[in-house]
Design a protein around this ligand. Structure first.
Ligand SMILES: [Zn+2]
Length: 268
């Protein structure tokens, strides 16, 4: 079977057992879990498409956007990456106030997650589980619930002195996950919040969400596949975690870092 597609984030969800992944091809959905243990081939077709305007470019600028979209599209606005810069709650436009209002003025959460280290993060409440899966977290807990993106961003900034805000992806992909009691950490963090921020603390919300990724064998050594340098890879798919395909021999492929790359994807 051979498909063509512009790479984009894999939709994922957890069923009773494991996280399930889909790769969206031009006209099909490929259930990736079924391909674990099988040989796959990924080949770069030398075309890149902006994930916002869809146009074809020799190269994309950042995050799957062409240069123009990166600097003008509301989907690439500063507050997307840095929630504390959100200003829609003040009625101030960055690029498109309607978009920014609908995106920022909704319930957000601040969370603690363990994907190799304790980290803090921010996301929209309705998609928290997707976010945790995309980051490859083993476990996560809701720390606070806020009315908008700005409040969550402020809290995250306040907590960055206590812990990181990035997933240590090599540890995550090798499944080197320390034991961390997230309920305990949450209570510790509460102490360091200002009185103003404590109003958002998610008291009593102590469910620890756990994620089980479909990986047959964890790699002990990791190397990364970069399609700009090496346009074709052929190997057995060993598993999937976060937005990474883990191939035989510890070669890992970051789908998000290749957003917009046009590829063929084949399997026997
Ligand atoms: Zn574009």
């Amino acid at each position: 079977m051979r498909f063509e597609l512009n790479l984009s984030k894999m939709p994922a969800w957890q069923d009773d057992e494991k996280v399930q992944y889909i790769l969206k091809a031009d006209d099909d959905f490929i259930r990736l879990n079924q391909l674990i243990g099988r040989q796959i081939t990924i080949e770069f077709l030398n075309e890149k498409h902006c994930s916002n305007c869809g146009n074809k470019f020799a190269d994309l600028f950042r995050m799957g956007f062409c240069k123009n979209c990166f600097f003008t599209a509301p989907q690439a606005g500063e507050s997307i990456i840095r929630p504390e810069l959100s200003q829609a709650h003040l009625g101030i436009e960055d690029r498109d106030l309607d978009f920014e209002k609908s995106y920022q003025l909704q319930e957000h959460i601040v969370y603690l997650a363990n994907g190799g280290d304790l980290k803090v993060g921010v996301t929209r409440a309705k998609q928290m589980q997707n976010r945790w899966i995309d980051q490859g977290a083993s476990e996560a807990i809701v720390l606070a619930r806020t009315e908008n993106r700005f409040q969550a961003g402020e809290m995250e900034v306040a907590l960055k002195g206590l812990m990181g805000d990035k997933t240590p992806w090599r540890k995550m992909l090798k499944n080197e996950i320390p034991t961390i009691d997230l309920v305990k950490e949450k209570l510790k963090v509460k102490e360091s919040l200002s009185a103003e921020m404590q109003q958002f603390f998610a008291a009593g919300e102590d469910e620890v969400y756990q994620f089980n990724y479909p990986v047959e064998e964890w790699p002990t050594k990791i190397s990364t596949l970069n399609l700009d340098k090496e346009p074709k890879a052929e190997a057995v798919l060993k598993g999937i975690r976060g937005q990474y395909l883990i191939l035989q021999g510890g070669l890992v492929f970051n789908i998000r870092a290749h957003t917009g790359f046009r590829v063929s994807f084949a399997f026997a």
